[in-house]
Design a protein around this ligand. Structure first.
Ligand code: BMA
Length: 325
């Protein structure tokens, strides 16, 4: 939770009854915001110093996927470095990486941890840490390929680091459930447990093909608030929407509630058209001391957008619109 700074915020539009509403100035980052970029999306933001820092997925004009550090005074207007992050050796000398995409960032104990989809003979979950968003130290991959959507909890649980992930395939993965794994040291991961599966088509079709953790979970009095993406395979390809779940505080593999309706789905033109149409893909969420929440999401694999909501309203919505599984 953030006390000392103001998170980006815009009030719910007059007349709206939505639990989550979009920023009126979306997208906040255009596809060509740095000279080499083809697209900037699926990126993570955290409070840092007097402002904010972020790790951005910028695909270049050869459509090579990589992650770039960026800085902002207000969390909305960003200066993204023109060169990608260069990793130094962290807890391993093995820092092979064919590509990097879909970063998440969180602060644990004394440093910032970054996870991303790392190319190591196919996609798996990469881990790195930084103290300053200048020098980055890459660690062992968390898992064997193939895996994506590795998302750390922002504090140890039961004395161990905890990470959500989504075992996958080497391609576009027409399946996928969310698991949790634990580690004593950020190097060796085990105690793998199922958290939640896709839903039956007839119960909640937007999340019936695959699901994946989105932003770093937010600890609330009711449990861990997890925004996640859900996918339906349509006759026009995958459609990515956002829902939310509430996970037990001490045993997050236990799902307390989970949205049957989505909270945000592709509807605006910047979500419907782009390099991959019909995608909203959240990778970061900030909450302030008043329970205001700002969500960062990628739209159509092309641009970066924001949406807002109130924690108490989101929790109430999850509880009263929950799947009973
Ligand atoms: C997933 C990832 C995401 C992307 C999504 C939609 O498999 O590649 O980065 O946003 O597909 O294309």
């Amino acid at each position: 939770m953030i006390n000392k700074i103001n998170i980006p915020w815009e009030h719910r539009p007059a007349g709206s009854t939505e639990v989550i509403w979009r920023y009126s100035q979306n997208p906040i980052i255009s596809r060509y915001a740095i000279p080499t970029s083809n697209s900037i999306f699926n990126s993570a933001v955290v409070p840092f110093g007097d402002g904010f820092a972020g790790v951005f997925r910028c695909d270049n004009k050869a459509v090579q996927m990589n992650i770039f550090a960026g800085f902002s005074a207000d969390g909305i207007h960003w200066n993204i470095n023109h060169e990608p992050i260069v990793m130094k050796a962290g807890n391993t000398e093995e820092i092979h990486s064919d590509y990097k995409y879909d970063p998440r960032v969180t602060y644990i104990e004394d440093r910032w941890w970054i996870t991303w989809c790392n190319g190591y003979h196919g996609p798996t979950v990469g881990i790195a840490y930084t103290f300053d968003f200048k020098d980055f130290y890459q660690c062992e991959n968390a898992f064997l390929p193939f895996n994506r959507n590795g998302v750390l909890f922002p504090q140890k649980i039961g004395g161990k680091y905890a990470m959500l992930s989504r075992p996958s395939d080497n391609g576009h993965t027409p399946f996928g459930d969310i698991y949790i794994s634990y580690s004593p040291d950020m190097k060796y991961w085990g105690e793998h447990r199922l958290v939640m599966k896709v839903t039956p088509f007839e119960e909640s079709a937007w999340q019936c093909t695959k699901i994946g953790a989105g932003p770093v979970p937010i600890l609330t009095e009711a449990g861990w608030l997890l925004f996640y993406h859900g996918v339906i395979n349509t006759c026009n390809g995958f459609r990515y929407s956002m829902g939310a779940a509430l996970l037990d505080t001490d045993h997050p593999e236990k799902v307390l509630y989970r949205t049957k309706p989505y909270l945000l789905a592709p509807a605006e033109i910047y979500e419907l058209t782009g390099d991959v149409p019909n995608v909203v893909f959240p990778c970061a969420a900030l909450m302030d001391s008043e329970g205001k929440i700002a969500i960062y999401y990628g739209a159509a694999d092309t641009v970066t957008c924001m949406a807002f909501g109130y924690c108490d309203e989101i929790l109430a919505f999850i509880k009263s619109n929950s799947i009973h599984s």
